[in-house]
Design a protein around this ligand. Structure first.
Ligand code: NDP
Length: 483
């Protein structure tokens, strides 16, 4: 039996329900069954969350960093102890196969809690000698941070935002996507069990309007959003009106470049991981697979063979490798992109339909003969649809890879490491891989350039985005006033 959250919100250390908020259903994408009915946050719930966070943050910031870290490390240990239960809940919330949720979602969240637990006590200011006088700096928390999550990695996103925020002395109010509201509630419950004082991590449910209400509240010092470019632009503008800090983790149309000296097996495997994992609902996916002309026929043959062997089915069956999309609406959107690609003249290599697994499935789909101007090469699909494009020269592929508004990620496969570094240096992307794809360990900064966002999550880089610097000039001599 899965211990599902028993109310819609988690505020001031406890589950809270307010049935005055509009009801919405949580649907298991594997079958379409309703697994919970929650309510959107009312003004009373939002007010309690913000007031509680502002109140709790002051005491929390005064604690020693090592104490804050100890609580986060305890939460990570609880997550690892309950790994199987949490993986099952994540699968029911998202439809992603158990094979993935056991190793990727909550485990990555636990990594973030452990990493920032350890990092917090090492965050110090600096001393700047000025001869007689000196300056010292203090890295202070920002205050109340707002986290807004997308539906593809709900628990990981909640952990990636909560871990640095809390470790560095902030409080957080988190609004999950209303499609996947359960994991963040579990995180709140686990943090409370680990000893996090009430009010420091609150979860409020709702659609975009609840997010918009939170973004413009005077008590919010920072907004960290994971979502689409369109939503990012709206949230960034609303945050700017109040001069709030932002981290924006947005969408992409990332290039994965395969030179003809690459290991074919590895390049095909990476292209599949970078398009079919989580049924393609990964922001950093390498959805424009540029393959050098000489290797392309063999690449497509092996790709088609391995894609045909992917095992789609019940996400809760441990043997299943490929699950449904998060919702019927997302499935229909992906199917429209598939129809459009065929209409624009791309060649369907495999997939293209819904298969016969039930739920909101779209088959793993590959198109070849995709050109740069086709919709499939320009817009983010957020589904299991790979576009294979052909190229001849290094200069050509760099120019084509960069010809997009996005800049989240990029990958290069080649045996020539000098070429790999040369190409990576020219690619406009925040997160890159050489002979690997979509690995995002907490030790690495993660984020995009251009329309794909700003700020970085994970790694030491996140410290800058959850703290601000106070500079203190210390005068040790007489004040020399000219009057
Ligand atoms: P959306 O941009 O639609 O929504 C993201 C979140 O913002 C949701 O919680 C949404 O609420 C909320 N929201 C919507 N409008 C507003 C508003 N005006 N003010 C405040 N909050 C608002 O993204 P999806 O959930 O559809 O996720 C898919 C997208 O996210 C893809 O485009 C993908 O590329 C991107 N993404 C980026 C990642 C990255 O790290 N770069 C990682 C994962 C996804 P609700 O959904 O309840 O309406």
């Amino acid at each position: 039996m899965i211990a599902q959250p028993n109310a819609s919100h988690f505020v001031n250390g406890a589950y809270v329900e307010d049935t005055a908020g509009a009801a919405f259903e949580v649907i298991y994408p594997g079958t379409g069954a309703v697994i919970a009915v929650l309510h959107e946050a009312t003004e009373a719930v939002i007010e309690a969350a913000l007031a509680g966070a502002a109140q709790a943050q002051r005491d929390w910031a005064a604690r020693r960093p090592v104490e804050r870290g100890r609580i986060l490390a305890r939460a990570a240990a609880i997550i690892r102890d309950r790994g199987e239960e949490l993986a099952r809940l994540e699968t029911r919330d998202t439809g992603k196969p158990l094979q993935e949720t056991r190793v990727a979602d909550w485990p990555s969240g636990a990594d973030a809690l452990e990493y920032f637990a350890g990092l917090a006590p090492t965050v110090t200011g600096e001393t700047v000698p000025l001869g007689r006088d000196f300056i010292y700096t203090i890295r202070e928390p920002l205050g109340v941070c707002l986290g807004i999550g997308a539906w593809n990695y709900p628990s990981q996103i909640a952990c990636w935002k909560a871990a640095p925020a809390l470790a560095l002395g902030n409080a957080m109010v988190f609004k999950p996507s209303e499609l996947t509201p359960l994991g963040a509630l579990k995180l709140a419950e686990i943090l409370a069990e680990a000893g996090l004082p009430a009010g420091l991590f609150n979860v409020v449910q709702g659609r975009g309007a609840v997010g918009a209400r939170l973004v413009s509240d005077a008590r919010v010092a920072k907004v960290s959003l994971t979502g689409s470019v369109e939503t990012g632009a709206r949230v960034y503008a609303a945050a700017a009106a109040g001069m709030r800090h932002v981290t924006m983790e947005l969408g992409g149309k990332s290039p994965l470049i395969v030179f003809d000296d690459a290991s074919l097996e590895d390049a095909v495997g990476a292209a599949m991981l970078g398009n079919f994992y989580s049924s393609g609902q990964v922001c950093s996916n390498g959805t424009r697979v540029f393959v050098q002309a000489g290797i392309k026929p063999r690449f497509l043959d092996l790709l088609a063979e391995r894609t045909a062997a992917i095992r789609a089915g019940d996400p809760l069956d441990p043997a299943t490798q490929f699950g449904p999309l998060v919702s019927a609406a997302q499935r229909d959107k992906v199917l429209r992109y598939i129809d459009g690609a065929q209409a624009e003249g791309a060649r369907l290599i495999c997939g293209g339909g819904i298969g016969n697994a039930g739920g909101f499935f779209v088959e793993p789909t590959v198109f070849a003969e995709v050109t740069d101007t086709m919709t499939l090469a320009r817009q983010e699909v957020f589904g299991p649809v790979m576009a294979v494009l052909e190229f001849d020269t290094e200069d050509e592929v760099v120019a084509r890879a960069n010809a997009t508004q996005y800049g989240l990620a990029a990958g290069v496969f080649t045996a020539d490491l000098a070429r790999a570094h040369r190409v990576i240096a020219q690619l406009q992307a925040g997160t890159c891989w050489i002979n690997a794809y979509n690995l995002t360990p907490v030790e690495a900064p993660f984020g995009g350039v251009k329309a794909s966002g700003l700020g970085r999550e994970n790694s030491r880089a996140a410290v800058e985005h959850y703290t601000q610097v106070k500079s203190v000039y210390v005068g040790l001599g007489p004040v020399e006033a000219p009057y």
